[in-house]
Each structure stands twice: as structure tokens, then as C-alpha cells.
Design a protein around this ligand. Structure first.
Ligand code: NAG
Ligand code: NAG
Ligand code: NAG
Ligand code: NAG
Ligand code: NAG
Ligand code: NAG
Length: 486
């Protein structure tokens, strides 16, 4: 329809300059602040070559150029203009979406915080719930909040997984709001729900950032080059005796013959942090989670949180002595009692922050070990490999690491790893001693923890999990191993 048009270029300079601009360079027009007007009233102005200039009253120089369609495809520019506008509108919509997600996350965070306050309130007023479940719920809500915060800070665009997670977190919030009408078992159901969500958040985080998947080493295998990283803590529950039973140990039985066997044991010490008297066994992880079908027994007495279970026997330091005890878990009878030669005992060289743990039993792929110190070692860690049948010492290694300055230790594939506290929320695996090569070394692997003190760490070779007793809470960590170093 347009047979010709006039391009009026406003120039702020005093002298008249006319630049012939290619139509493509005009796009997107919103970026270049050049005005052009399409007019049908001025169709009969001079051809392109004829340029007239005049100065208006504001000192702006105004030039009129006649451009035939063949030189200047106005319709094309118009099309480009429209396309640019559509695109920019689309972009705008996407931008709004992102900010909506961010707002949504902020709201969920607020809700979770409100919920925490509510739970705290209910805890202090309601008598129908045990303190334990709420402690647990609070910790987990905090953990979830932390994960959401982390996720938020890295959210760059709309993400289906993230969106879905928010729906689920909202569902969860609704569920917890109904808490008043729920009984103890339903609280456990919520807890499992939270755990599932936590895992999915973690998966989501991993997917976002995964470059190379960690190497896989089959359970019980020692074909790896040692620990390279550790997962976030996974809280299983508060120990069955309650919040004041801050000392103790727990784990999963390991047996070379039946590595897939499920036998979980929980051994909180008495509140004096010294006496091992009661312990519980569960034949499945589900039973443990639900405090169901527990076999509870009493023994007189063990000492400290250094307990370990291997091949259906529990090993511990016998109270007030240099002796090791081997307890048959089927019959709850002491099968064997034997002195650990030269072992320091009676809280002499216990771990940092953990009393009465003179002997720390450990289980790895090859069997039973004991970690302790002697007067001769002047408190440095001594490691002995034991014959689990006879409790005879098979071989002893002396390290140069002072035992009272480490918070705990465990053994994987004949390598001792020791931890120390970094802060109230972080622990560090900082020292290792390889009994295969008799070499010691420094490493730094940071473990997040829920509460301040780690009372015991037990490794299970069949699932490659660390079972940690953390101020009364039973916590698990997955280990990540590195490939064998050449
Ligand atoms: C340019 O336009 C002016 C007046 O509009 C006219 O006098 C002049 O002859 C034109 N020049 C050419 C080269 O066409
Ligand atoms: C959180 O609690 C405050 C005060 O009780 C309330 O004003 C706010 O609306 C609550 N927020 C949400 C998201 O429930
Ligand atoms: C949220 O809860 C509703 C009702 O309980 C359920 O139908 C829906 O599938 C849940 N959504 C998600 C994502 O879990
Ligand atoms: C993602 O990877 C980068 C580089 O490898 C790393 O610096 C960053 O900490 C990672 N982020 C998360 C959340 O793992
Ligand atoms: C170690 O694991 C943590 C938690 O899974 C993770 O955030 C971190 O990026 C890992 N570090 C390395 C060096 O792989
Ligand atoms: C442990 O002691 C038993 C009984 O004396 C013996 O049969 C077994 O070979 C010993 N095991 C090792 C690894 O020395």
C-alpha cells in the first residue's frame, strides 16, 4: 500500500548530517533511538538525492529525505519491529515467571519458619506428644529450609523439578498443619515424607551440577583409593531412651558370611556417659525407624561408646577394666573376656570431648580391630587387629597421632581415619593411617553434623555407610571413594 515514505532523522548537532542507514541496522528499533515516521501526506517530496535541511526554533536540525520503496523496504522493517516486540514480550513473561518462583520460594521459607515456631509452641503446651518427635521434626524442617535456600540462590530459570518440589513442600506444610490430629506413628510417616523430599532436593542439586558421576565400588570391595568425600548427614532418629542419653553408639552388624543381613543395634550409655547397660536390636531398618519389634537386653556392664558389632557378637570394653568383652547377641551372654595388653583405661586417654572411650572397637572389610592407646605410646593412637574368635591381638601398629586430640576414629580397608571438630556444626576427617603401608597422612573431608559432639562412628563394609551417634541422635553418612591411585 505504501508506495513511498519519508524518513525524518532528528539530529542534535547543529550541522546537517544525513547518514544512510541500512534497514537491518535499524533493528531492533527500540535500541537505536532514531525516530522515523511513515507518512502518506508527503509522498510528492524530492527524490532521495535531494536533501533539505532546516533549523527549528529549539536549535534541532531537521532533515527530510525522500526514500523510494526499492531503496528502503519499510514493510520489512515494520515486520522486524513487530517480531522484536513479540520476542521482547515473551522474554518479559519469562522474566516474570522467574521472579514469581523466587517469590514462591520465599513464601515457602516463611511458612516453614512459621511452622517451626508452631511446632515449638505445641511442644511446650501439648502433653500428648513426646518431646523426641518434635526435636526431630524441627531439625529436619531446618535442614529442608537450608536446602531450599541453597537451591534458591542457584535458581537461574524455570525448572520443572524445582517447581514440583515446591508443590510437594506445600503439601508437606499442609500435612504438618494438621499435626494436632495425628498420633505418633503418623508423625513418623511425615518424617519419612520429609526424608524423601530431602533426598529429592539433594538429587536435584546433584543433577544441576553433576559433571562426572562418582565412581562406584561394590560393597565390601577395597578396590578404591580411600575416602574422597562424604554425604550430608541423614538423621535416622533420636535414640530410644531420649534426649538426655547423649553418649552411645549404633550401627549395623557386618558378617563376612552374610553381608546382606539386616541387624541394627542401638546402644545408648546411661546418662553418666560411662555405663553401657541396655541395648536394642532390630531385624530390619523399618523396624528401627518405627521402634518396632525391638529386642532389648541388659548387660553388666560395658564402658564407653566404643562398642562395635561383628558377626552377631557385640564387642566392648568391660566396665572399669583393661578387658575386652565379646557378647553373644542371640543369647545376651558374655562369650569371652580377655585383657587387651597394655591398654590405657579408666578415662586415661579418651577422645576429645568424649569421656570413657579408652577402647574403640572397629569393623572393616577384613574383620575386627581395636583403637586405643598405651602408657608406652604416651597417648598416641595404637591400632590392633584382633582375632574375633579368640580376641587375641594379631598385629599392632603405633601411630603418631595423639588420641585425646581426635574426636573419633574408624577403619576402612585397613586405613584408620580420625576426626576432629571444626565448629559446632562441622567435623573434619583430618588424619589417616594406612596399616597396609604403615604410612600416615593428612586429609581434609568436612562432615556436617546436626549437634556438637560426635560420640561414636561405626563403619559398615556391606553398605559403606558411617553410623554416627551425635549427641543422642542416630545419624548416617554415605561415603564417596576415589579410584585407586596409580
Ligand atoms: C531540490 O529541491 C529544491 C526545492 O525543493 C529545488 O529547488 C532543487 O532544484 C532540487 N534539486 C534537485 C537536484 O533536484
Ligand atoms: C507467618 O506468621 C505471621 C505472624 O504469625 C503471619 O503474619 C504470616 O502471614 C505467616 N506467614 C505465612 C506464610 O503463613
Ligand atoms: C498434594 O496433595 C494432594 C492431596 O493430598 C495430592 O492429590 C497431590 O498429588 C499432592 N501433590 C504432590 C505433588 O505430591
Ligand atoms: C558446582 O560446581 C562448581 C564447579 O565444579 C563448584 O564450584 C560448586 O561449588 C558446585 N556447586 C554445588 C552446589 O555443588
Ligand atoms: C562433597 O560432598 C558435598 C555434599 O554432598 C558436596 O556439596 C561437595 O560439593 C562435595 N565436594 C567435592 C569436592 O566433591
Ligand atoms: C583365630 O583363632 C582361631 C582359633 O584359634 C583360629 O582357628 C583362626 O585361624 C584364627 N584366625 C586368624 C585370622 O588368625
Amino acid at each position: 500500500m505504501l508506495s513511498g515514505s519519508v524518513l525524518i532523522i532528528m539530529l542534535i548537532f547543529f550541522s546537517c548530517l544525513v547518514t544512510v542507514v541500512s534497514p537491518l541496522l535499524l533493528f531492533p528499533s527500540s535500541i537505536l533511538t532514531i525516530y522515523y515516521l511513515l507518512s502518506e501526506t508527503n509522498l510528492f517530496l524530492q527524490p532521495f538525492a535531494n536533501v533539505t535541511g532546516s533549523l527549528n526554533e529549539n536549535g534541532v536540525c531537521q532533515c527530510s529525505v525522500y526514500l523510494p520503496d526499492t531503496t528502503f523496504p519499510v514493510q520489512k522493517v515494520e515486520m522486524l519491529e513487530i517480531t522484536a516486540r513479540v520476542l521482547s514480550e515473551k522474554f518479559e513473561i519469562e522474566l516474570i515467571k522467574v521472579s514469581q518462583y523466587t517469590k514462591a520460594i520465599e513464601m515457602y521459607e516463611l511458612k516453614i519458619r512459621n511452622l517451626t515456631i508452631k511446632v515449638q509452641h505445641m511442644e511446650s503446651t501439648s502433653v500428648s506428644y513426646t518431646e523426641l518427635d518434635f526435636q526431630l521434626l524441627k531439625l529436619e524442617i531446618n535442614e529442608m529450609q537450608r536446602l531450599v535456600t541453597q537451591l534458591k540462590s542457584t535458581l537461574v530459570g524455570s525448572n520443572v523439578i524445582v517447581e514440583q518440589l515446591y508443590v510437594e513442600i506445600r503439601n508437606l506444610t499442609l500435612m504438618v498443619n494438621d499435626l494436632e490430629s495425628l498420633d505418633k506413628n503418623n508423625i513418623l510417616a511425615i518424617r519419612r515424607e520429609i526424608v524423601t523430599l530431602q533426598n529429592r532436593l539433594k538429587e536435584c542439586e546433584k543433577d544441576r551440577n553433576q559433571t562426572t558421576p562418582p565412581s562406584y565400588f561394590p560393597p565390601g570391595s577395597c578396590g578404591h583409593g580411600g575416602i574422597v568425600n562424604i554425604s550430608k548427614p541423614y538423621i535416622v532418629q533420636l535414640n530410644w531412651r531420649g534426649f538426655s542419653y547423649k553418649y552411645g553408639a549404633w550401627g549395623r552388624d557386618y558378617s563376612l558370611q552374610t553381608p546382606e543381613k539386616d541387624l541394627y543395634w542401638v546402644a545408648p550409655l546411661n546418662t553418666d556417659g560411662r555405663l553401657l547397660e541396655y541395648y536394642r536390636l532390630y531385624n530390619s531398618y523399618d523396624d528401627l525407624l518405627l521402634f518396632r519389634n525391638a529386642r532389648e537386653s541388659r548387660t553388666t556392664y560395658g564402658e564407653g561408646s566404643g562398642t562395635a558389632v561383628y558377626n552377631n557378637f557385640m564387642y566392648y570394653n568391660i566396665y572399669g577394666s583393661r578387658d575386652m568383652g565379646k557378647l553373644n547377641l542371640n543369647t545376651n551372654t558374655l562369650a569371652l573376656r580377655k585383657t587387651l595388653p597394655n591398654a590405657a583405661y579408666g578415662n586415661r586417654f579418651s577422645y576429645a570431648g568424649v569421656t570413657w572411650q579408652g577402647m574403640d572397637f572397629a569393623v572393616d572389610e577384613s574383620g575386627l580391630w581395636v583403637i586405643y592407646s598405651t602408657e608406652e605410646s604416651t597417648g598416641n593412637i595404637v591400632i590392633s587387629k584382633l582375632n574375633d574368635t579368640t580376641l587375641d591381638v594379631l598385629h599392632t601398629w603405633k601411630t603418631r597421632q595423639y588420641k585425646p586430640s581426635v574426636s573419633n576414629a574408624f577403619i576402612i580397608c585397613g586405613v584408620l581415619y580420625a576426626t576432629r571438630p571444626v565448629s559446632t556444626r562441622k567435623e573434619e576427617i583430618f588424619y589417616m593411617y594406612d596399616t597396609n603401608t604403615e604410612q600416615e597422612g593428612k586429609i581434609s573431608i568436612i562432615m556436617d553434623k546436626m549437634l556438637e559432639t560426635v560420640q561414636s562412628i561405626n563403619y559398615n563394609p556391606s553398605d559403606q555407610i558411617l553410623y554416627v551417634y551425635n549427641d543422642g541422635y542416630l545419624v548416617k553418612y554415605n561415603l564417596i571413594f576415589q579410584p585407586m591411585l596409580p
